[in-house]
Write a protein that binds this ligand. Structure first.
Ligand SMILES: [Zn+2]
Length: 150
């Protein structure tokens, strides 16, 4: 009982990554394994570390690999921010266009012919916007492919 308490009190946090990387001696490995059998906290940390290592992949274990990983994360953040910017921009345009369009269609001061012309103009704008968006999406896909290639 006393020895069990002592074991649990000495967390093996600093040895967990060593275990995952296979850098521990037989004795250290035994100590970590024994400790994790009794300590939920360290067992959870070990599981998290293993999941993380699996995600990063073996090739990224080196220091340069970790830099690449960080760069990829940074790039993802930049791309996500840009996507949010585009989304807000497009939502704004769609909202303004929609409100104006409804205003014109409801208005009784504008003739049906004029309304049709306005609908054509807005429809044309929508098609243009769609094609630009589509182009951007294709460009982004190509970028992603390039990243994988390098
Ligand atoms: Zn522990």
């Amino acid at each position: 009982m006393v020895s069990k308490t002592r074991l649990v009190d000495q967390h093996v946090g600093e040895l967990l990554s060593g275990l995952v990387d296979g850098e521990l001696t037989q004795q250290q490995r035994q100590r970590v394994t024994l400790h994790c059998d009794q300590c939920d906290e360290c067992r959870r940390s070990l599981a998290e570390l293993r999941a993380l290592r699996e995600r990063v992949g073996k090739s990224n274990l080196s220091e340069t690999g970790q830099d690449e990983w960080r760069e990829t994360m940074h790039e993802t953040t930049v791309k996500a921010t840009r996507s949010i910017g585009w989304l807000l921009f497009i939502t704004g345009i769609v909202a303004v266009t929609g409100v104006s369009l409804i205003g014109f269609i409801i208005s009784s001061e504008i003739s049906v012919g004029m309304k049709l012309i306005l609908v054509a103009i807005y429809g044309g704008l929508a098609v243009l916007l769609y094609s630009v968006l589509r182009q951007r999406l294709i460009e982004r896909k190509t970028d992603k492919y390039k990243d994988v290639e390098i």
